[in-house]
Design a protein around this ligand. Structure first.
Ligand SMILES: Cc1ncc(COP(=O)(O)O)c(C=O)c1O
Length: 390
């Protein structure tokens, strides 16, 4: 096959397309990571990320790494082997977060939920109320489960902790929500929020990013999980001088500073509203095709991706591979329990109406070509009607 012309459509739920402004910001000579220019860059990035995490009191920590590394940083800094955690598991990534805790000898009390469901705050409250000895040290939640397109109600989970009068830490994965779906570290009483750069922040992959509350920092002084690279005490200490205890990902920090500027020029509230609008257009297209959303509760629909149940008799992985071969359009495959049974349309990061419609046109065409009973134009019409307010 000849190489495809035109730009590739990266409509997976991250990494997302990197805006040219960010690419240009990263295209510059490397600087001394112990010099004054770097110090200023670090301060701008850390202060900017505090605004993105919506925290004044929290501490932001950055490592070269990925979201998986951020899981580990969260666990090893706040917990000790033998501690109990309540792990809310409603998909592939929440399962990975729980597995990371277990790997460090943390005992899991799992709240297992079906793929497509969010975290039920009432059930969290009931579990915590039963913990009379207050042995549960933390509650693990994935804000936006990327394998299912479900956004859980984090403030309701915090409320559940309050109602149960339980002192557990609230540890939240915001890998596919931060900078796309509203998230407030301070106001929601989250102790650690972890994320990566390659989704709402519109950067290439390559960093583990965390925001930790004062309570989480205090917990880290008692936590005994083995840690070295991920230990956040030396990072916090060197950050005070605008440095890192290792060679940092300088280019990504140039990009991060630009990404924060782009997000703030649009305004965080507008960024969230844009994601909500594009997500709704996508869901309307899916319904018009006669297909089912994996997320069942409209209050939990994700604004960063839509997981679509593949029609009976078709394999979603084969479909995703076909779409890529034919159109150079990348969609997310089915993960975990949904392998072969669902595909995922990412609509996050630097994305506008036309780009979304281009991606939806590709999915629609390919469903038809793949033999699914989809009427050409049906999904696009529904999306366009919504976007034009018709
Ligand atoms: C919700 C969530 N958590 C964690 C991860 C893991 O992040 P990474 O692939 O950057 O290690 C991902 C990756 O997509 C994710 O979506």
């Amino acid at each position: 096959m000849s190489p495809p012309s035109g730009r590739p459509f990266l409509q997976i739920p991250g990494p997302t397309l990197v805006p040219d402004r960010i690419v240009r910001a990263m295209a510059q000579p490397i600087i001394d990571h112990r010099g004054p220019r770097f110090e200023a860059l670090v301060r701008e990035c850390l202060d900017g990320l505090k605004r993105i995490f919506q925290t004044e009191r929290g501490h932001v920590l950055l490592y070269p790494g990925s979201g998986t590394g951020a899981w580990e940083a969260t666990i090893v800094n706040t917990l000790s082997p033998g501690d109990r955690v309540l792990a809310c598991v409603n998909g592939f990534f929440s399962s990975g977060f729980a597995r990371t805790a277990a790997a460090f000898g943390v005992e899991l009390e799992r709240l297992d939920l079906p793929y497509g469901a969010g975290v039920p705050a009432a059930e969290v409250q009931a579990r915590l109320e039963r913990d009379h000895a207050r042995e549960i040290r933390a509650v693990l939640v994935v804000h936006n489960e990327t394998s299912t397109g479900v956004t859980s109600d984090v403030p309701a989970v915090r409320q559940a902790l309050r109602r149960a009068g339980h002192p557990a830490l609230l540890l939240v994965d915001t890998v596919s929500s931060l900078a796309s779906i509203d998230f407030k570290l301070d106001a929601w009483g989250v102790d650690v929020a972890l994320t990566g750069p390659q989704k709402g922040l519109m950067l290439p992959p390559g960093m583990a990013i965390l925001a930790a509350s004062e309570r989480a920092i205090a917990a880290s002084e008692k936590a005994t999980c083995p840690r070295s690279y991920w230990d956040w005490q030396p990072v916090l200490e060197r950050n005070r001088r605008g440095q890192y205890p290792y060679t940092p990902a300088t280019m990504l920090l140039f990009g991060l500073r630009e990404a924060i500027a782009i997000l703030e020029e649009e305004g965080l509230a507008n960024v969230f509203a844009r994601h909500a609008r594009l997500a709704e257009a996508c869901r309307r297209a899916v319904r018009a095709w006669g297909l089912e959303l994996l997320c069942r509760n409209p209050a939990e629909y994700s604004n960063t991706l839509t997981a679509v149940v593949m029609p009976e008799g078709f394999d979603s992985d084969a479909f995703v591979a076909h779409v890529y071969r034919r159109l150079n359009l990348s969609l997310g495959v089915g993960l975990g329990d949904m392998k072969g049974r669902a595909f995922r349309i990412g609509h996050l990061g630097s994305l506008n109406e036309l780009e979304l419609l281009g991606g939806l046109a590709g999915v629609e065409m390919m469903l038809k070509e793949f033999g699914a009973p989809v009427r050409p134009g049906s999904g696009l019409a529904a999306a366009e009607e919504f976007l034009t307010g018709a």
